[in-house]
Structure formats: C-alpha cells, structure tokens
Design a protein around this ligand. Structure first.
Ligand SMILES: [Zn+2]
Length: 481
C-alpha cells in the first residue's frame, strides 16, 4: 500500500472585540438576547448607504498580523466579494482581496511535546454576515451579527494531521485573547474555522484537489471532521476514485459525517472588485511602528522563554490554556533563581493549584506566599507532602503564610530529635531490623512510613530516609565487629 501524506490548511475567522461594527456605529454585540436591535441601514445592506471604516478594528488587525510575523502592507484596500445568501442580502461581503493587511508570516505552536510552525499566507479584515436562525418551518435572519469586524487568518497547507490543526487553532485562540482583541469563544461563534484537506504520496511536493470543510465551530468538530474526511479520502485514493475537482462540504456533528455543500467557488466566481466607497489606507513605517509597539505580553513568547530556561515542556503545556494559571506561574518564575525551585513550583501548579483555581475561580494565595512555601520546601524545612497538604487545605483568603509560620513554630517548639525517633522506631521493630541486616533492604520503606507517622510531616522523606539508612548501617557495622 502506498504511503500517503495528509495536507491541511486552515482559514481561521475571529470576531474582533470592538465597541462598534466594521462599517457603521451600531453596537458590536452579536450575542444580544433580542434579535435585530444592533442594526442600521448600513449593516442591513440597504441600497444607498455608505460604509465608514472602523479604525480600531484596523489597528487590532495590524497588531495581530505583526505578532504573526506577517509583512504589514503599506497600502491596503477593500474589495467586494460577491455572493448571495439570505444572511448577506446586499449580495456582497466587504473583504480584502489582493492587498490584505498582512502578508506571509509564521506561527510557532506546541504540538506533540515540541514546537511546530506553520507559515501564514495572509491576514485580512472583513465583515461578518448576519445569522440565519432556523425555525420549524421558517428561517429568520438576525442582523445583530451583520458587519461585525472579522479577521481572517489563512495558513499555508503545512499541517499534517487533525490533531496538529487543533493545536494550531488553540494557539491562535490564546494569541487573540492575549492581545485582548477577541474573546474567541467558539461556542458563541466568535471563532470559526474552515479546513482544507488533501492527500498526496509521501515525499511528493504537488498538491492534489482538496476538500474544504466549512464553518467548524468547536475544537472537537475540527478534529473529528478532519479525521473523518482524511479516512474518506484515503479510501477514495486506494480505490482510484480520489476527487479530481475541489469541493466544499459541511460537517454534521450529530451524524459525525460531512456532506457536500457546493462546488468550490474560485476567485473568478466571487467577481472581486475594489470597494468604491472605502478609500485605500496608506501606512507609513512610523504608523506601523506606533501601532505595534505596545504589544501586550503573549503566552507564546513567555512559553518559549521558560522552555529555554529549562522548564519542563510537557508539564508547562498543561498550564498554557489557562491565562491565570500560566501567568501566575510565569510571574513566579521571574522571582526564582534556581531550576529546583521552578520545578517544585511547576509540580504544585499542575496538581494542587488547578484544583484550587477550579474551586474558587481565582488563585487563593499571594505570589509572596507561594515564593515562601517554595523556598521552605527547597531548603528542606517543609516536606513536599506537608506543602501539598497546606495547598489542598487552602481556602479563599486563607493565609498560606500563616500555615507556614505555624508549622515552623511547631517544629521549633517540639524540637524533635529525628535520630532519637528513628532509634525508638528501630528498637520497637527488631524483626524488621534483622531482615534489613540480612540484606532485605526493601524494609527501609516500612521504616520511613513509621517514622513519618511519628514526626507528623516535620521532616522531609529524604531526611528521614537518610537518617534511617545511617542508623541501620551503623548497626550493621556494630554487628560485623
Ligand atoms: Zn449598523
């Protein structure tokens, strides 16, 4: 059987979070509970109205394109993309054809425990269509979404699996959220994706006709639809019926299958022509610098930096999709010198801290408290198991620092002599000691458990095990004399 390679490219649409719509002053709120309240003649596509470009949407797209390493066009224009749908009654969508805001670029994203990259083709700005709401025997149109600013990011066909496509999509969602330009909530339709998939023989450069899956609106459906289509194409390839023409399909989440939509339009079918009512936007080098200089902190940059500093990639990945947990950990790392401390903190951040965050909706300790805890654990003053206990019992506004201080006071006041405890435990368990002395070293574990119980978490497992080992070895030497 021929070895086949899957080729996937994405078109990712993200609704921008501006106050007003793309070409009119209506409120940008497609999720309003009442339909058709954020509307005017312009966004309802009435004849004789004039669009006015939303400056903020333009600026946000320039910022996004620059973080995707796209070249920002010095000249940008808008074009009419003609097609008719009931939810686009003016018969065309205002989009960008040959002079998009960003051209080229590259995104790095973690996948399969390493950093992958995908080349960007373009980043452009357009308007969203209205929304069709299907009733029992009628279809209604809600124009609240009509003309909401929509950014389209098109990638080169560099992705090789459904899982990789999903990982890229997640990276894009993190990016637009970090930039503060979209909430990118897929359930609310703020982020959607069209995925194109084709096959080729392994090692070939050529691209075969592709199937475009339209309007995928969850991470799960992106992955399932691509996997389904991949299998279908493989069967067709093997039976010699691989499609000769590009086609467009829709994904049905309930049936878990795609079904044909229409043959794929080409640029000629869309009859693009320059939008006569919006002037060309010219950007000077200074203007581009000015628009891109105040970029917020991005998780993708901080992630790469932490990996370079030796932080465990796989563990860090599990924090990446939570803005709060990721930044809390990253900020903490800035204040920690040693790798040991960072490793300790990361272990707490992937086990105890997410549970706390889930319970309280926020992190119930301060950065200083966490730093103190890590320091005490690293110095061997507080055993890891005790630190975990402190964290698990942490309540909202509960003072973690107090737990740490109380513990230290307790340890000091009791002044427990570990060697004394060990000697006592050993003398009460002479048969175990004898087993050890004849070479059954596994009984050491039993001793550690007994001493831990006696000392109630005052000493670390390492300290206890060292002391027991030392005492037993001394006994062995005594015996051999
Ligand atoms: Zn309007």
């Amino acid at each position: 059987m021929e070895k086949l390679e899957t080729v996937i490219g994405l078109e990712i649409h993200v609704e921008l979070k501006t106050a007003s719509k793309m070409f009119c002053s209506c409120k940008n709120d497609s999720m309003s509970t009442e339909p058709n309240i954020n509307v005017c003649p312009t966004c309802m596509g009435m004849v004789g109205t004039l669009p006015l470009l939303n400056k903020r949407a333009f600026e946000q797209t320039v910022l996004l394109a620059s973080t995707l390493k796209s070249t920002i066009s010095r000249h940008t224009k808008w074009d009419r993309k003609s097609y008719f749908y009931p939810d686009l009654p003016k018969g065309f969508q205002i989009s960008q054809f040959d002079l998009p805001i960003g051209q080229g670029g590259e995104v790095f994203f973690p996948f399969n425990n390493t950093l992958h990259s995908v080349r960007m083709t373009r980043v452009h700005l357009e308007e969203d269509a209205a929304k069709s709401v299907h009733g029992v025997d009628k279809t209604f149109i809600d124009f609240n979404r009509s003309s909401v600013p929509l950014v389209e990011m098109v990638t080169e066909p560099d992705l090789r699996s459904a899982e990789e496509a999903k990982a890229l999509l997640k990276a894009i969602r993190r990016l637009v959220k970090d930039l503060g330009i979209s909430d990118a909530d897929m359930e609310k339709g703020q982020m959607r994706c069209d995925a194109s998939i084709s096959l080729r023989k392994f090692g070939e450069e050529k691209l075969y006709s592709r199937v475009e899956i339209k309007n995928l609106n969850s991470f799960r459906s992106v992955e399932s639809a691509l996997k389904y289509q991949e299998e279908k194409l493989k069967t067709e390839w093997q039976s010699g019926t691989y499609p000769e023409m590009a086609s467009t399909v829709l994904w049905n989440d309930e049936r878990m299958a795609t079904y044909p939509m229409r043959t794929k339009e080409t640029a000629a079918d869309y009859r693009y022509f320059p939008e006569p009512d919006i002037p060309v936007v010219k950007l000077s080098e200074e203007a581009i610098t000015c628009l891109t200089k105040d970029c917020p902190r991005l998780r993708k940059d901080e992630f790469s930096k932490l990996i370079e500093e030796g932080v465990d990639l796989i563990k860090l990945l599990s924090l990446l999709d939570s803005t709060e947990l990721f930044w809390s950990f990253a900020d903490l790392c800035k204040k920690m010198e040693s790798k040991e401390e960072k490793d300790l903190a990361l272990n707490f951040y992937i086990t105890e801290v997410p549970l706390l965050f889930e319970t309280y909706g926020s992190i119930p300790f301060s950065e200083d408290e966490m730093l103190l805890l890590i320091k005490k654990v690293n110095e061997g003053i507080i055993p890891v198991s005790t630190a975990k206990k402190f964290l698990s019992s942490c309540k909202k506004n509960n003072n973690l620092a107090k737990c740490i201080n109380d513990f230290e006071t307790l340890v000091c006041s009791e002044k427990v002599d570990l060697s004394q405890v060990v000697t006592n435990v050993l003398s009460k368990n002479t048969s175990l000691v004898n087993q050890y002395l004849v070479g059954e070293e596994k009984v050491l574990q039993a001793f550690i458990g007994l001493v831990m119980r006696e000392t109630k978490g005052m000493f670390s497992g390492r300290e206890i095990s060292d002391t027991i080992h030392k005492t037993l070895e001394a006994m062995r030497q005594q015996k051999n004399k």
